[in-house]
Design a protein around this ligand. Structure first.
Ligand code: HEC
Ligand code: HEC
Length: 407
């Protein structure tokens, strides 16, 4: 957590350092000036006054460290959004939690759907029960989710090929999920009937608001107007004893501001193109990476001008793919099977390590810190593409990696 805090404060340190330079005129105390757009925590340019105000309130909410007297727990995984999403980016394999279930049963009687392995004083934390499917999850970055939310359903479905009609071995299918009644139907992905899942490692959540509400509730033990009842604790007679703060612990407006905050976080700018990255980009297309890591999708309508009709360079199709036994968690999630994962967006890859102590962790559980190995782990539908990657001459392989590290 200390580490996370340091990285979150980075831009503030830069700001303070720049201010010091301005005040004393001693320009050489800064070894490098951070280029604009080299972080994950900047809002889109030119937000209206009211969106900007909501962004600023949400920013404070995101950094807020919950204490016992604020309602933390009684059982929880961490104490701040920013503790798992340092600098609004991803976590490391040190900060992974387990989702559990028995097939499609969420195993709520034994602590599912998520295992809270920390607890406030006097309360036992949850322990992994026998006989459940457990899926380790590392936090993905939170920038760009507003653009992901604004991509029309038809645009995403146009990339699906469930029966592999084109015979390239790559199918890609949507995760259709239900939206709970407490999510207003005017939210994108809300309302009755099956909705397209977009968020989470298996795209099992259809609205950004549910993702954030559940983060408060499941990850930190913070109840809100949307989910006002604490998590039952099977180690404690399934009651929420220990937390004396009245529920709901935060109002709906707080959850809505935090949701607006992540919605308005801009993806970072692309790094500079070089001869090598340009060559790597061509290889990325020709060997088939781009079939799943779709370079760009255009958003549709949005109340936020900056999110409306713009190109989102996310490098994902937002669809599920069978990635083979090595990556499998054997735990279904919504419509997703135990071998399927949502194509991880690749935007911002060049900056990942800056917010995690210089080492980037890849894949849903952060199991590798080596980009080449991350690609070698691709199996299932991606097996043929992985093989083509393995057969590349060293220089081409390096060009491909350089391209991914320029995103
Ligand atoms: C204990 C660690 C932890 C905490 C605390 C946490 N998150 Fe997350 N977050 C995760 C993990 C892990 C996932 C992926 C979950 C999955 O695979 O379903 C995630 C996913 C997300 C996503 C979806 C991103 C995407 O593109 O799919 C958003 C948005 C998000 N979190 C926002 C928040 C907010 C806002 C808070 C605070 C209210 C928060 N998180 C607190 C671990 C955490
Ligand atoms: C069949 C679809 C598919 C193909 C083809 C594919 N990927 Fe992936 N890729 C995925 C999925 C799904 C994940 C997420 C796996 C996980 O989280 O365990 C992923 C994850 C990644 C990651 C890790 C991202 C992160 O944030 O942790 C990288 C890097 C990556 N892919 C690059 C590539 C490259 C380069 C190629 C071409 C050689 C490629 N992929 C081909 C589907 C695909």
């Amino acid at each position: 957590m200390v580490r996370a805090h340091i990285s979150q404060s980075r831009s503030r340190v830069w700001f303070a350092a720049s201010l010091a330079v301005l005040l004393c005129g001693c320009g050489d105390i800064l070894t490098e000036t951070p280029p604009v757009g080299d972080d994950f925590e900047s809002p889109f340019d030119g937000l209206s006054f009211s969106f900007n105000a909501s962004f600023l309130r949400g920013d404070e909410n995101f950094e807020r460290v919950f204490r016992v007297e604020d309602g933390l727990g009684p059982i929880f995984n961490n104490n701040a959004c920013g503790s798992c999403h340092p600098g609004d980016g991803r976590a490391t394999s040190d900060e992974v939690f387990l989702r559990i279930s028995r097939g499609h049963d969420l195993a709520e009687d034994v602590g599912g759907p998520q295992l809270q392995t920390r607890a406030i004083p006097g309360v036992p934390a949850e322990v992994l029960p026998p006989g459940v499917d457990a899926s380790p999850r590392m936090a993905p970055p939170v920038f760009g989710v507003g653009l992901i939310e604004a991509i029309p359903v038809e645009t995403i479905l146009a990339h699906a090929d469930e029966a592999d009609a084109d015979g390239d071995g790559i199918s890609g299918r949507p995760n259709w999920v239900e939206s709970p009644d407490f999510i207003p139907s005017h939210e994108i992905g809300g309302g009755p009937g099956m909705q397209l899942g977009r968020f989470g490692r298996k795209a099992s959540v259809s609205t950004l608001l549910l993702q954030v509400t559940a983060a408060y509730h499941q990850d930190m033990g913070i109840t809100s107007d949307f989910m006002p009842v604490e998590n039952p604790n099977p180690q404690h007679g399934r009651t929420a004893i220990g937390d004396t703060v009245a529920d709901p612990e935060i109002p709906a407006s707080t959850v809505l501001d935090t949701t607006m905050y992540v919605r308005l976080l801009s993806p970072p700018a692309r790094g500079p193109s070089t001869v090598e990255t340009t060559r790597g980009e061509v290889i990325f297309e020709t060997i088939g990476c781009a079939t799943c890591h779709v370079p760009v999708m255009t958003t549709g309508d949005s109340p936020v001008a900056q999110l409306r009709d713009v190109d989102a360079h996310l490098y994902s199709d937002m669809l599920l793919h069978d990635m083979g036994p090595e990556l499998a968690d054997n735990r279904p999630d919504g419509d997703a099977s135990g071998t399927e994962w949502k194509t991880a967006p690749l935007w911002g890859t060049r900056l990942v390590a800056d917010f995690t102590n210089g080492v980037a962790h890849y894949m849903h559980d952060g199991r590798t810190t080596d980009l080449g190995e991350a690609i070698d782990l691709h199996g299932g539908e991606a097996a043929a593409v992985r093989q083509r990657f393995g057969e590349l001459p060293t220089a081409d392989r390096e060009a491909l990696l350089a391209f991914v590290l320029s995103l």
